[in-house]
Design a protein around this ligand. Structure first.
Ligand code: F0G
Length: 466
């Protein structure tokens, strides 16, 4: 009899000193024995692993099968934790890698060397759908009745769309008061998710939703859910696919709760282990300066994965001081306004696997980069542009060479947060100062301000000539 997912996939504690394992039919968001994060592992020797990544191209001829059509599940042999009949898909992952020469120029790269991976093209408008399809699948496997998440907005939009389209479970989303961009809030409300606004920020909301989930046996869909991160590996598979399976030199990604960076590192480690790639790209994780825990720990305190034994005392002392100072995250890139990234340890592992680097960028750098992405591509929300701003910084430092092949992940759609965009381009200085100036943004070098004219033909024609 062929092996089933139940025999060959299992959850395993990230802490090698513990190493406890659990079945995929268990609902866990931390190791019950030591409290560390959990990972999905597979008994690859008993599974039909493709001999070459090119084998996935055959799936394109089978586009009527919803699982092969999905940009996530057509790679399901690389995260085989579910039976096909259990999989929940809404056609996610139809995203593209776009060469952008104008953004390459802005970053300081040679023509043809910079690519933007547009995850905003997902059904809910962000990369989260890659993970939520996997978490929803697991929720269905374990017959979850209610699912929940805390969110800066995109996770909640994604979870809500999976619930509204499939009607498999009810959804409760927790958001920080006044901390969510309207595009994202409108999605959760429109998709009929029960929405709880907590007086606090994302870090508070995440702590509370974990308590609530424990208390009420609710299925948790934040990225402490190891199944979610399995789906997010597919972003890297699609990048490789678009580059004819040739790994780029760099993957540059914004860092918030550090789920993506963790998933990317795991994807590359597994592809190498399976002999499907020979070279792993370098990873650059970019924090917003106002939410820069990873940057501080890695570059300020020298914290490393260290073969599985990071300096836990130093990390704990960092968070203790953060609490003592009541230091809160603060950035216009609200999606990554996070000071307590839950996947910190997995991200440290990814940095080791991918010989990675971490940088921080200011809100000014983020908004300038965002305007350049908009002018030379499909546009993105502020947090996403941290990747481009980070690539520019690494290029200026000489860490990235002009001839390197670089892929910046654009994590969310431009329309998620139109406020910041309109304020940046506005000619109205008062509005600019109120929305952006108060957050340290001084200028808008790439503003494309609307021209205000009287309702008169001559004046309009004159404005066209100007
Ligand atoms: N970019 C966008 C647009 C996001 O929404 C997020 C996270 C990130 C980047 C950071 O990704 O957590 O994998 O490092 N948003 C979460 C949310 C926290 O609730 O929507 P990460």
């Amino acid at each position: 009899m062929p092996a089933t997912a139940l025999d060959t996939a299992f959850q395993k504690c990230l802490n090698s000193a513990c190493g406890a394992t659990f079945g995929v039919d268990e609902v866990l968001t931390a190791c019950p024995q030591c409290g560390d994060l959990l990972d999905l592992n597979y008994d690859w020797d008993r599974l039909p692993v493709p001999r070459s990544l090119r084998d996935f191209e055959a799936k394109w001829s089978n586009r009527r099968d919803p699982l092969d059509y999905s940009g996530v599940w057509r790679f399901r042999q690389l995260f085989p934790f579910a039976e096909d009949r259990q999989i929940v898909t809404i056609g996610e992952g139809q995203t593209i890698l776009q060469q952008s020469d104008s953004v390459a120029g802005y970053v300081g790269m040679d023509t043809g060397r910079l690519h933007l991976q547009y995850e905003g093209l997902n059904p809910s408008g962000s990369f989260k759908d890659n993970g939520m399809t996997a978490a929803s699948t697991h929720a269905r496997m374990v017959n979850a009745r209610t699912a929940a998440c805390a969110s800066t907005g995109n996770t909640s939009a994604s979870l809500a769309i999976y619930a509204s389209t499939t009607r498999l479970f009810r959804v409760v989303v927790f958001i920080g008061s006044g901390k969510i961009a309207f595009g994202k809030l409108s999605q959760a409300l429109d998709y009929d998710a029960r929405t709880i606004q907590i007086e606090g920020d994302f870090d508070d909301a995440l702590a509370r939703v974990q308590e609530v989930a424990r208390e009420r046996g609710i299925y948790l869909c934040n990225s402490v859910n190891p199944f979610r991160l399995e789906g997010q590996k597919s972003i890297m598979f699609r990048v490789l696919e678009a580059l004819a399976w040739e790994p780029p030199d760099w993957i540059v990604v914004p860092g918030g709760n550090l789920g993506n960076s963790s998933a990317f590192g795991k994807a590359f480690a597994e592809l190498k282990q399976l002999g499907l790639i020979t070279r792993i790209p370098r990873l650059a994780v970019i924090n917003a300066a106002g939410a820069n825990t990873l940057h501080q720990l890695v570059n300020g305190h020298g914290v490393r994965w260290n073969g599985g034994t990071p300096d836990t005392a130093r990390i704990d002392a960092f968070f203790d001081k953060m609490d003592a100072d009541n230091h809160r995250a603060s950035t216009l890139a609200s999606a990554i306004e996070i000071n307590r990234p839950v996947n910190l340890r997995k991200c440290l592992r990814a940095l080791e696997v991918c010989d990675g680097v971490v940088r921080e960028v200011s809100d000014q750098e983020i908004l300038d980069a965002k305007a350049q992405v908009g002018a030379g591509g499909f546009g993105c929300e502020p947090a996403s542009a941290a990747s481009v701003a980070g690539a520019k910084k690494l290029r200026a430092e000489g860490v990235i060479a002009p001839s390197d092949r670089v892929v910046c992940i654009l994590t969310g759609h431009q329309l998620k947060d139109p406020d910041a965009t309109v304020a940046y381009h506005s000619a109205d200085r008062e509005m600019f100062d109120k929305k952006l100036g108060s957050r340290g943004v001084k200028s808008a070098a790439y503003a494309n301000s609307p021209v205000v004219v009287p309702n008169q033909l001559e004046a309009i024609l004159a404005a066209l000539e100007a």
